[in-house]
Each structure stands twice: as C-alpha cells, then as structure tokens.
Design a protein around this ligand. Structure first.
Ligand code: PLP
Length: 428
C-alpha cells in the first residue's frame, strides 16, 4: 500500500517503485478514454426531478392570498407570501425581504452595481467616486463573487478562511486601517468550496463590522446553502438578522439566498434580506430595470414548498441523493490518502463541495494530470481572486452532478493523480 508510509518518510527507492506502479495505473486509465467531470456545482437530474410537481401546481388558480392576479405586472418586491416564506429562512420581516427572479447572483450584482454607481446613501456616497474600491474576499471562495469584483474593477484582498470562517482578527484590522475597503463576501453556511459553517462568534463579529468599518461598508451575506444539509447533525448558523438587530447594523448587511439548489437550478426564486431603508432605496433602482418579477413562479414555489418544515423535508430528499456521492469521494480520500502527507481536505456536513489542498505547488499539475486522462476538475486557482492561488494547492471537488459510479471513478482517478504528482515532486 503506497500510502502506508508518509511521503516525507519514504526512501528514494520506495518512491521510485511507487512512481513506476502509479504510472502503470495511470496509463491503464488513459486507455479507458474516460469522460468524467467533477467541476459542476449543480444538482443532478434526479435532484431537480424532486420538484417536478412545480409544473402545473397552480392548476388554473393564479390568485395570491391578497387576491393579486400573479399573471399580471407589478409587485416589485415580490409576492407577500413568498416574502414571508423566504424571510423566515433569512430571519427577516416582510418589510426586510424582497423576492426577485431566478438568480441570487443577479441580485448581488445589482446591489454592488447600485452601491458603486448610485450610492446606497445618496449619490455622493457612490463608491465609484473614490480612486480605489476594495473588497475583502475570504479564500478559498466562490469564483463568481470574484468575477463581479473584477468586472466592476473592485480590487480584491484575500483573507484566509479558518475553521470558524474568515480570519476575523485580520478582517477587523483591515477594515479599520483602510476606508477604501467597501465590503466583504461571505458564504456563511457550507461555504463554497470549504463547506465551513461560520462560528457564532464569527457571525457576531461580522454583524458588528459595519459599526467599526463605517457607513460606506457592506457585508454581502450569500447564504446560498442555508438549508443544504447532508446530515441531521449539521452545524446550525447563528442568525445574522438577530445579531444585526442587537448591534443596530441591519443597514450594513445584505443577505441573499435562492431556491436554485432547492427546486430548479435555472428556474427557481431568489431573494434579498436587508433593512427596510436599503430595500426601498434598492427598489427605486430596480424600477428602472423591471416592472416586477415572475410572480407566477413565486406562487408556484409557495404552493410547493409551503413553509420552513416543507423546505426541510424537501432538503432531506436532496441529501439522500447526494450523500452517497460525497461519501464516495470522502471514503476514497480517507482510504487512499489519510496519513500520506499528500493532501488535506474538508469533510463538509452540507453544501455542494469538498475542498482539497495538495502539497504546495501541485494543484495545477494534479488538474492537468487528471485532465489528460479525461477527468475534468475545476481549474486550479479558480477559488482565488484573479485565479491566483499563490501556494498552488487548492482544488474544488463537486460531486453532486455525475452518477454515483462516475463520482467513484473520478475519485479513484483523482487520488491516483494526487499520488503521482506528489511522488514526482519528491523525486524531483
Ligand atoms: N452563491 C454561491 C456561493 C454559489 O455557490 C452559487 C452557485 O453555485 C450561487 C450563489 C448561485 O446562486 P443563484 O443560482 O441563486 O444565482
């Protein structure tokens, strides 16, 4: 067993023997012309099928609770019953909740665009009036957050993720030292890609950030995986809404969520929670873009999901489908790499990803090795601002989309590539 010896302790002759065996297996795999893909953080088709009842659920009854005909224009902040349903998820009141179209990413973009170009507190507060605008980006993180920043010419400052969430000592130091830092990205429960759940203390310190940073600063609280647990004992997340009320900072926090990974990834419902003041300012901006969201889809979601218990029961059905895929990867990593010194990885209790760190300097090589035998992995560096992982270590694994058999085959090929790259590096 190659891994029974820690790679640092293996002798040169042991390493050479291993390398030969690994190459032999690698060549065998290459001959199999695999076409596997672990890059896609999207639900599998059995998962989206769990919500097929959405189709036709209105059965001709297009009236919302207040009598609104949802087929018509209007209702910029969304249907009241949808706002109540998703507000319960965010811990926000009806007035503090806006329900929009199918993508929370769009809502995030719109908030940043508004803060940048029009100003959250009047036009003289537009970030664009400053020479430099910066954002704190906990790393590893979600590449599309980073793309929004890059597109908006917001400079990104990476901050290390700890087991408790972002390194808050560093975050607090930075926001106090540099007023050009205008915000921070957070994925507080089952973060992408680490699967980290922020600790209670971290959530409270983030709720207090707008106080120490100042009026210009916002927290982008992307709770994309708020209810996406894999196990009943998954850690809970403290309510940032409650803590914002305690510290009077609701104006400085924008919460986001969506049903993309609850119902249909491309045809769900997205929502924002923030202070009433922020939402009314934002609505004035949105009014230039739309007369109102798709309320038919909002009503379908309310009828289908019903309430928080309905959502929780539905999420258990997702977990039953994706837990075996996560376990296939994690069991393989554990069996093949534990104690080998060839990598470290997270074992998330929810969310969509496993984060793997190779030995320094090997992420790119592992991704290339896998790619060359038909196993597509997320490009190395994608989890860092500007695609720059200085240590070249992090690889995001996304096991939800492929079949269980394909996940297993991908995991087997992945560990082989990790071992190959590691042994090669030691011999170099
Ligand atoms: N936020 C995070 C952290 C994600 O991982 C994703 C999708 O992978 C999204 C947002 C996208 O959300 P939506 O489909 O609501 O735009």
């Amino acid at each position: 067993k190659e891994h029974s010896v820690h790679i640092e302790q293996a002798s040169e002759s042991e390493l050479k023997a291993q390398l030969e065996a690994l190459y032999a297996r690698y060549d065998q795999l290459a001959e199999r012309k695999l076409a596997l893909d672990l890059t896609r953080g999207k639900p599998g088709s059995a998962q989206v099928s769990l919500s097929d009842a959405l189709d036709g659920i209105l059965d001709g009854d297009y009236r919302a609770a207040d009598g609104t005909d949802v087929r018509n224009y209007g209702g910029l902040d969304g249907l009241p019953e949808a706002r109540a349903l998703f507000g319960a998820l965010l811990g926000t009141t009806l007035e503090e909740t806006l329900v929009g179209g199918n993508s929370s990413l769009t809502l995030m973009y719109q908030v940043i665009d508004f803060a940048m170009n029009e100003g959250l507190r009047g036009e003289d507060t537009a970030w664009a009036l400053n020479d430099r605008v910066k954002f704190l980006c906990p790393v590893p993180g979600y590449d599309r957050h980073f793309s929004i920043c890059e597109y908006m010419r917001i400079e990104m400052i990476p901050v290390r993720m700890l087991d408790s969430g972002p390194d808050m000592d560093e975050v607090e130091r930075l926001v106090q030292a540099d007023p050009s830092i205008k915000g921070i990205w957070c994925v507080p429960r089952f973060s992408n890609p680490c699967g980290t759940v922020y600790s209670d203390d971290t959530v409270e310190r983030i709720a207090k950030l707008p106080q120490i940073a100042g009026d210009h600063f916002i927290v982008m609280w992307d709770n994309a995986y708020a209810v996406h647990t894999l196990y009943p004992d998954a850690p809970e997340l403290a309510s940032i809404s409650e803590l914002c009320r305690k510290h009077d900072t609701m104006d400085g926090v924008f919460q986001f969520g969506s049903t993309s990974k609850i119902t249909f990834a491309g045809a769900g419902v997205a929502f924002i929670g923030s202070s009433e003041r922020n939402l009314s300012t934002l609505k004035a901006h949105l009014a230039f873009q739309t007369i109102g969201p798709d309320k038919v889809n909002q009503l379908r979601h309310v009828r289908f999901l019903k309430d928080a218990e309905g959502i929780a029961a539905h999420m258990e059905r997702h977990a039953a489908l994706i837990r075996p895929r996560f376990e296939a990867v994690l069991d393989t990593l554990e069996r093949e790499l534990a104690g080998s010194g060839m990598g470290e990885w997270t074992a998330p209790r929810g969310g969509y990803f496993i984060s793997f760190d190779t030995r320094p300097g090997l992420a790119r090589e592992v991704v290339d090795l896998a790619g060359n035998i038909g196993v597509k992995l997320t490009p190395a560096g994608a989890t860092f601002p500007y695609g720059k992982d200085e240590a070249d270590r992090n690889i995001r694994l996304a096991p939800t989309f492929p079949s269980e058999a394909d996940v297993q085959a991908s995991a087997d090929a992945f560990v082989l590539c990790v071992k190959l790259a590691s042994v090669k590096q030691r011999l170099a």
